[in-house]
Design a protein around this ligand. Sequence first.
Ligand SMILES: *Cc1c(COP(=O)(O)O)cnc(C)c1O
Length: 431
Amino acid sequence: MKYISTRTQAPAVTFDEALRQGLAPDGGLYIPERFPVLHQHDFSETLSFAEFGVRLLTPFLDAPECLKPLKAACAHAFSFPIPVVDLTAETAVLELFHGPTAAFKDVGARFLAEYISRRSDSAPLAGGPRKKRTVLVATSGDTGGAVAGAFFDRPGFEVFVLYPKGKISERQEKQIAGWGGNVHAFAVRGDFDDCQRIVKQALNDVSLRSQREFISANSISIGRLLPQMVYYAKASLDYRKKSGEKPGFIVPTGNLGNAVAALWAKKLGFPIANIILATNSNRAISEYLASGHWQPKPTVATLANAMDVGNPSNIERLLALYPDFKHLQREVSTFAVDDAEISNVIRDGEGKWRQAWCPHTATAVAALERHAPPGNWILVATAHPAKFETIVEPLIGRTIELPPALADLFGRDCKTREIDATFSAFRDCCA
Ligand SMILES: *Cc1c(COP(=O)(O)O)cnc(C)c1O
């Protein structure tokens, strides 16, 4: 399998090369050059998530040297439960928040970390001493924690996470700066855009690049997206087995990565009906589906902050998958949910559904209650509510018990270095 750019002006590359580059040289995003034909009888319900993942992803990583690392990566990415919990006879919840940082991003980040370590162990750089392998991420919240956790304590890797000082929650900061060891946290005196600018400068800096081999782990990495197809595929087959019906999915959506993974699983032929993209007040996707005209928007801050994206980069992958706009409109709908509605859904959640919803998942619940036609739906729960306790606890009037992995992390001290919002301040720390 080769990977091509959504902008079609770059050469097709192998999976490893697509991983290494992150963004294609023409500025596009990598997508599989084709979708393989899979046979659903190969996916029996007795397979574990990891076995299912290997089977699903093998055609996507078919070079012989990829297969062993693929197996290890699936074992590592799917090492925690991903249950589908029934809400009603027709509605269920896909709980993606039982990993180490309690959000769905753990799956993609852990897959990528394990795959890259296996590959780079077996393929050292040609000539010269090995450079320090360095993962560099700018984060406005959840991504940094998942990536830091996935690379924490991995021999031969260092992680640098830049986040805007004072602009993320205390618990989000713990998930970035609580690890210590090979994870270096930088609180930048600026905003998220400053963090991103510093990362871009670092990636292009000749002297830093002579000392370090940078690894791209941001949310456009194809290595984070592909494994996310696995839970949609397996959940849809299990659901149909149980009920005889194809489920639709309602996906809380920001940068559109998790949604594209769902649409790719559908494209592969798994029994998935329509897909609803639930957004917060960042409405660029809703407006696109209404008008057929793509227009990025400035980002609006909301209670569901991991979905605060005004210009979702994965839109290019969505457009590449649906060159025919009418086809997209038939299979996908959107529902935008404002903060007042998010709060209402969380407040009513315990009475109505006996669930404490995180603010992101609450957008999907609102879409179910107010937009989805009656039928078979699986809501995608993207994070554990305990991560957003300052929002959720006052609304439901009780404290939420921490999952054990988070309790451990939140008990640690933050080790962070505060820097000015300049590239030279950052460079001085990592030279
Ligand atoms: C990142 C994130 C989202 C949005 O996912 P995308 O793939 O960016 O659309 C939703 N919910 C939570 C909790 C997240 O961390």
